[in-house]
Design a protein around this ligand. Structure first.
Ligand code: SF4
Length: 351
């Protein structure tokens, strides 16, 4: 390994800020030795922050409806109104699920549609809060907030404030996809762009609503596009400090096709890269539904410190090629973390 690369990895391991040129070098590593050195630097960084602890939460994912007016090409979850796979959950069904599973955190996101308009969605949050005062409610992506604001002819700020007053704790991190305009034009031209996504998260942080950040990868994006996405998130976090964690989302290929999704090694590389570049993000999540339970366990040695949660019933990754279970029990979550060589710590929505 050359001295320059060694210096960059040492800086990353110590949690020092990497510039774009340095970040790009790490995103373009070629040899197996170099890639393992990247993982080792991310492990050192992560051990310095969290020791041998890795967290998980008892949570429930609720996707109220898969009907979506947007037709992002990478998404196998959305359905048209008349599609046989289309579904719309009722408020009662959602409340029943919460009652049965007794989660500590709930995550609510879904398609853009007329079945779950703003007022009904706000009522859902208010009802949940009324019954479960201690439940951590993470709901809606910036894309959904933008849609609510447009439908209601109101500002995103007004919508966010009203949701907060109804009981919302934090915004979900989805919808960022990849900030690259080239990729968005190809895969999700109808979706709000990076400027609006970042603006809504900024507003949300200013109102005291924390949020997560994500990045979709595995669609033949370039190393520059990955690095620039991470740097844009790092710059946004510099301004507000409101992001709780970063979640890389591995592209799920369409079921039954021989399309290539990201390999386990690519998943680990992205997590390590995020750990070293996002020096101002405390938590990096290994999202097991998308990368698989085994890779998620290994990812704890590549920079991740959190395995998300038990989920209840995950639908979005599983509408693609995900072969992970739809939910994990608490004991399975603990076993997964221990199999990765770490000590499992149950957290709440606040980490
Ligand atoms: S990614 Fe979201 S906005 Fe895009 S089609 Fe799927 S559900 Fe709709």
């Amino acid at each position: 390994m050359n001295l320059l690369l060694e210096n960059i990895l040492n800086k990353g391991a110590l949690g020092q800020r990497l510039d774009r040129v340095e970040a790009l070098q790490l995103a373009q590593l070629k040899t197996v030795d170099e890639v393992h050195a990247l993982g080792s630097a991310a492990l050192q960084n992560r051990l310095k922050r969290f020791g041998r602890q890795a967290t998980y939460v008892l949570n429930l994912t609720v996707n109220p409806s898969n009907i979506c007016d947007s037709k992002c090409k990478f998404c196998h979850y959305h359905a048209a109104e008349d599609d046989p796979t289309a579904y719309v959950m009722t408020l009662e069904e959602i409340l029943k699920q919460i009652k049965e599973l007794k989660p500590k955190e709930i995550h609510v996101t879904g398609g853009l549609n007329k079945h779950w308009p703003y007022k009904k969605s706000r009522e859902l949050i208010a009802q949940i809060r009324k019954i479960y005062s201690a439940l951590y409610i993470k709901a809606f992506t910036a894309v959904e907030i933008d849609r609510f604001a447009k439908d209601e002819a109101r500002t995103a700020e007004e919508i966010l404030l009203e949701l907060k007053n109804s009981g919302l704790n934090s915004l979900a991190g989805g919808g960022a996809e990849l900030f690259s305009l080239r990729m968005r034009k190809k895969y999700c031209p109808d979706k709000i762009g990076p400027k609006r996504w970042l603006e809504i998260h900024h507003l949300s942080h200013q109102l005291g609503i924390s949020s997560n950040a994500t990045m979709l990868y595995g669609l033949k994006e370039s190393a520059e596009e990955i690095v620039d996405h991470l740097l844009a998130l790092r710059a946004a976090q510099n301004k507000t400090g409101g992001f709780s964690c970063f979640i890389p989302l591995a592209y799920q290929r369409e079921k039954g096709t021989d399309e290539n999704g990201p390999s386990p090694l690519k998943n680990l590389r992205i997590i390590a890269l995020a750990r070293l570049i996002l020096d101002n993000f405390k938590h990096i999540k290994a999202y097991w539904p998308m990368i698989g339970v085994d890779t998620a366990a290994v990812a704890l040695s590549w920079g991740a410190d959190d395995l998300d949660g038990t989920l209840g019933k995950e639908r979005i990754a599983h509408s693609g090629s995900a072969v992970s279970p739809e939910s994990l029990s608490r004991s399975m979550m603990i076993r997964t973390i221990e199999a990765g060589g770490f000590t499992a710590v149950e957290r709440n929505g606040y980490f």
